[in-house]
Structures are given as C-alpha cells and as structure tokens.
Write a protein that binds this ligand. Structure first.
Ligand code: NI
Length: 197
C-alpha cells in the first residue's frame, strides 16, 4: 500500500534520502508490477519453508518498499506468487521493525472503518475503502515461527490490503460500482502508461 497522504508527519520525510532510512538492505529494488499486469490477478501459493531464496526476496522487497516510499508490499507486486508480504508503517522509525509475514491468514475481524487507500501498483489513484477496523492474523515470521498479531487502525488496513494482493484482489475491487465507474478513465490511463523496466 502507498503512504496515506494525510498522515505524513512532515514534508521533510518525503524528500529524505534513501541512505537516511534505517535498516536499508544492500540489495537493488525489484521491478514493480502495475495495474493491467495479469500477475496481479493471480492467487499466490503458500510458502512451505523459508530458505535463502525467501530471505533474499524479503530483503529485495524491503528495498523496493523503501525506494518507492510505500508502507506495505506483497510478493505478487514484484511478480512472485508466494504468500509473503512486508509492512512498515513507519519507515523512518528505526525502533519499529518491519513485519514480514509468510502465509498470513485472518482469524477474526471486528468493527468497520473507512479510510483512503492507494497502491504502489496503481500509481496516483486513491479512494476510500471500507474494511474491518481490527483484525487478528496468524502467520509465519522470518524466523519460521508461528505468530499471531492483533492489529487495528492503519496497521490492520495495510495488512488486509496486502493479503488481498495475495488473493489477486486490488483495493479498487472493494469500492462501490459507481465510484469505480468514475475512476475508469484514470485506471485505463494507468494501464496504458509507459514505464521503465
Ligand atoms: Ni497495493
């Protein structure tokens, strides 16, 4: 998910050089897949075991997340159909460890909230999305441990947005038909845009 526009702490953080972001891995960012790419509509496969390949993917995805100023990224968005996502809702805070979730599964939901979302794979388009306010998620972390996370607010929203990606669902699928109709031209433009590889 891309960073919510209204929640930026200050203008400075936007212009911050990548070298100032803590924990930046030493790998190159991966190529993002954009709206219109069929891979974004595919269902990702469970990860059986965390091997070096998964750890490399995790590092590369973190690099990609920070390079694009995102706060969440699913493996699907870099063309890898594995059930894996990363979330870092506060990249400038070194004390906040990025979440790395393999095979995430929502166990329960509570409440309802509406907030604006954007997506790194659908640049420059934002819309209000209704989702459960609180969630309990189980997953395997990058140490192969089974974990459970209770989340609410922005964290809950980002995790749900990224789990959607693993199922081939985009946030635009969750907005009303009428609103989506209004966004149709913008979506078409995004789909046809020339992007460097
Ligand atoms: Ni997204």
């Amino acid at each position: 998910m891309s960073k919510p526009k209204r929640k930026r702490k200050n203008r400075q953080s936007e212009d911050q050089g990548l070298d100032e972001i803590p924990r930046l891995p030493k790998t190159k960012p991966l190529q993002l897949r954009y709206y219109g790419d069929p891979v974004l509509r595919k269902k990702a496969e469970p990860v059986q075991e965390i091997t070096d390949a998964e750890m490399t993917l995790a590092e590369e995805m973190l690099m990609t997340l920070y390079a694009t100023h995102g706060i969440g990224l699913a493996a699907t968005q870099v063309g890898v159909l594995k059930r894996f996502l990363i979330v870092d809702i506060d990249p400038e805070d070194a004390d906040y460890e990025p979440l790395m979730l393999f095979n995430p599964e929502i166990l329960s939901v509570e409440g309802e909230s509406v907030a604006e979302e954007g997506c790194l794979s659908i640049p420059d388009l934002r819309a209000d999305v209704k989702r459960p306010e609180k969630i309990v998620v189980k997953a395997m972390n990058d140490y192969s441990e089974d974990i459970q996370i209770e989340a609410d607010g922005l964290l809950a929203r980002v995790i749900q947005h990224e789990i959607d990606h693993l199922n081939g669902t985009l946030f635009i699928d969750r907005i009303s038909g009428l609103k989506r109709q209004l966004l149709r031209d913008e979506l078409e433009k995004i789909q046809k845009a020339d992007r460097p590889l």
